[in-house]
Ligand binder design. Structure first.
Ligand code: PMP
Length: 403
């Protein structure tokens, strides 16, 4: 049946939504592959390691045992207990009353904003930063205010004075992401104390996305400090975390929140309204991943560490490219401003030509905010020969584009 009026109007809130540019680059890269072209995939934030074998076995075993019915909305007790032990291992004084299992970190990110932000409230978020942050703030009715993560003497830094200067009576929360996507900046324990002081002084929530926390290269165990480990801060801190990165389980879509007890019931209500629960067999895989052998995690981190050193050195050997060593996560946020000045290209045109003409898929820095102009993000969570080939092709592209 066709109507003379056409479809009803779409909701206005949709204009608040951003998307993750990496998925668009991945689609363009796949289209090239379908034409038979070779593509070096450095666009998506996805480790090339398989899921831990004990997680796979537990997931399959659970499905075979028909563990495929609704669970308690907050998650199965075994997984919540394993996550409490995990959080305690990071110095977070969590109990079961702080932990909720979610269907990946992304929904938990949206829940964090829905839990804390009223229309008109302001939230401080990093720039460059994960593009879903401004989206999530706006969908919750809030307004984003950006603080910079900037290159100072070849290192990524955050200015606490800048953050403090952005706080107004409308500010409700500070969002942190450490280790940080896309720069790899990693907050020290002292930084977390600084944030805690600001949050206490101005009565703010701290929303801390710690999805890359097992992948911090300056720490022997790879574990970056948590905001919720600062004494007293768990009461005003929401941790967003998940299985995608350090357990290499992106497609399982399993995550969790560690929240103040005062928000726990409301968070469970959000889960009930959205997904009812995470799939039980997926949660069983999660229990095995957290509570079982961490050999795979350590092997992944060691491998990423080696790949980081090799890839960043490679990038820095390309004339006009400068890349600071990321302290965590698995992205090289390369400064190509010199290259752009020599070639007369802008960031997006360079990224697009690099993909279309040389088959190297990276994300334009502008996907991560205006401070990202002049940068390109490459994920180094892929095998060393591919990283080497990526550098070789980048070099060839720089020459061909006239650098
Ligand atoms: N936060 C950050 C900073 C990320 O980079 C990502 C994944 N790209 C996520 C959250 C989302 O993780 P998940 O796969 O658990 O939704």
């Amino acid at each position: 049946m066709s109507s003379v009026l056409g479809a009803p109007p779409r909701a206005t809130r949709l204009s608040a939504l951003a998307i993750e540019g990496a998925f668009a680059v991945a689609a363009a890269a796949r289209a090239l592959e379908q034409q038979g072209r070779e593509v070096i995939h450095l666009e998506l934030g996805q480790p090339d390691f398989p899921s831990p074998p004990h997680a796979i076995a537990a997931g399959i075993g659970a499905l075979e045992a028909d563990d495929a019915k609704y669970t308690a909305p907050a998650g199965i007790p075994e997984l919540r207990e394993a996550l409490v032990a995990y959080a305690r291992g990071r110095g977070i004084p969590a109990t079961l009353g702080n932990v909720v299992v979610t269907s990946a970190a992304k929904p938990m990110l949206q829940y964090a904003l829905l839990l804390t932000v009223n229309p008109g409230d302001e939230v401080l978020i990093p720039s460059p930063g994960f593009p879903i942050y401004p989206s999530a703030v706006r969908l919750a009715g809030g307004t984003e205010r950006y603080y910079g993560i900037r290159l100072t003497d070849g290192r990524w830094t955050v200015s606490w004075d800048e953050i403090e200067s952005l706080i107004t009576p409308r500010t409700r929360a500070i969002m942190l992401n450490s280790p940080h996507n896309p720069t790899g900046w990693t907050a020290t324990a002292d930084d977390m104390v600084r944030i805690g002081l600001l949050a206490e002084q101005h009565n703010l929530w701290v929303i801390s996305d710690e999805i890359y926390s097992g992948l911090a290269y300056d720490y022997a165990d790879g574990i970056a400090p948590s905001a919720a480990a600062v004494p007293g801060l768990l009461d005003r801190t929401i941790i967003i975390d998940g299985f995608s990165k350090r357990w290499s389980m992106t497609g399982w879509r399993l995550g969790f929140g560690i929240v103040p007890e005062s928000l726990w019931e409301d968070l469970v209500a959000l889960v009930i309204n959205n997904t009812s629960c995470a799939p039980p067999f997926i949660q069983r895989g999660g229990v095995a991943a957290v509570a079982g052998s961490q050999d795979v995690v350590h092997a992944l981190r060691r491998s990423l560490h080696e790949r980081r050193d090799r890839f960043v050195a490679g990038l820095n050997s390309v004339p006009g490219v400068h890349c600071a060593l990321p302290s965590g996560a698995f992205y090289a946020f390369a400064d190509i401003r010199e290259l752009l000045a020599r070639t007369g290209l802008d960031t997006q045109t360079f990224q697009s030509k690099l993909l279309q003409e040389f088959g190297v898929a990276g994300c334009p820095g502008t996907d991560f905010g205006t401070i990202g102009d002049g940068f390109i993000r490459f994920s180094f969570a892929t095998a060393a020969p591919k990283l080497d080939r990526g550098v070789e092709l980048l070099n060839a592209a720089a020459k061909a584009f006239g650098a």
